[in-house]
Design a protein around this ligand. Sequence first.
Ligand SMILES: Nc1ncnc2c1ncn2[C@@H]1O[C@H](COP(=O)(O)OP(=O)(O)OP(=O)(O)O)[C@@H](O)[C@H]1O
Length: 366
Amino acid sequence: MALIELKNLAHSYHPHPAGENDYALRRMNHSWQDGRAYALLGPSGCGKTTLLNIISGLQKPSEGQVLFDGLEVTALPPEQRNIAQVFQFPVIYDTMTVFDNLAFPLRNRGVAVTQVRRRVKEVAEMLELSEVLNKRAANLSADAKQKISLGRGLVRSDVAAILFDEPLTVIDPHLKWSLRRKLKQIHARFKLTMVYVTHDQLEALTFADQVVVMHAGQVVQIGSPQELFETPSHTFVGYFIGSPGMNIMPCRLGVNGVQVEGFEIALEPRLLQAAADAQGNLEVGIRPEFLQLADTARPGGVPVELCTVEDLGTYRIVTVAMGSQQLKIKLDEAVPLPGGSLRVHFPPAWTRLYADSHLVSGDGDE
Ligand SMILES: Nc1ncnc2c1ncn2[C@@H]1O[C@H](COP(=O)(O)OP(=O)(O)OP(=O)(O)O)[C@@H](O)[C@H]1O
């Protein structure tokens, strides 16, 4: 498995790009660690497939380099990159048995018969294909065929990386859940370098230990699911991750924090100085999970009007109006909805500040 480095990488499908908007991928520099599972997550058209194809060699970037373990592979085709790929739709040999399909990538490389058998059995067991190993692939369901495709991707242990392009698209929703978990277990067991493209946040957050969030041809954050949730480094990550997404409101600097429509929202003291130095349009952000709703008996907070309460089983989404702004609050079903006049409290530890969409950090590294 390999360390993947992207150096000054950019790609435009235009022969003569005139400006940033002509780039499907804007200039980026990243190192993706050996043995980790990365998910490329973002909405349609943000450049995920372009980036995956550049890593696999299906697409040559118009600028920059791709390195595997320090060796440049930018101009090499996929077959010379020692990678495995799994696509949206099954790529298998219908006339072969499941065993022969799984064995194919190993036999192709002259792996010894006993080793082929051992590895095929191991992968088949993990993907629950053991029962059908001797059946012809042609007679199986679409789900089973895609599992074979996944197995063919996972069967070699000597590949630099395994690249997945929305591999669970054709899978039945019920099975999707178990396959996502399986892939995670397989990763934990074999420590494979995996890059997985998806537009589904649940898929990315369950599968990956590092999620690469993309927006308009740029990587806006690489982090663990927890980091993306707790400290989105870009407002796009705040909106895109979480359900509902982060509450984000325009604000200006106040005395002990920021002001939104004349109401003061406190910031942590270490963030205050950075806030004073920040340039650009300021916005304050907080996740619906961290806002607290109270009645007037609790001192402090910002007065709000109740708009709607959506009951979603184990929790409720409460929408309140704070002046002309609307805020979403996620309340556990066990927490009673306060009555009378309502106030919302913004815990400073969970209140984030953004300048021109980028996180203002109070850690002195901004
Ligand atoms: N072969 C191509 N020629 C010209 N433009 C392209 C080509 N392939 C992709 N694009 C454009 O590049 C941008 C990024 O596309 P890409 O397919 O990489 O995004 P994506 O995030 O994978 O989206 P999706 O999930 O819809 O596949 C889009 O604006 C797309 O229209």
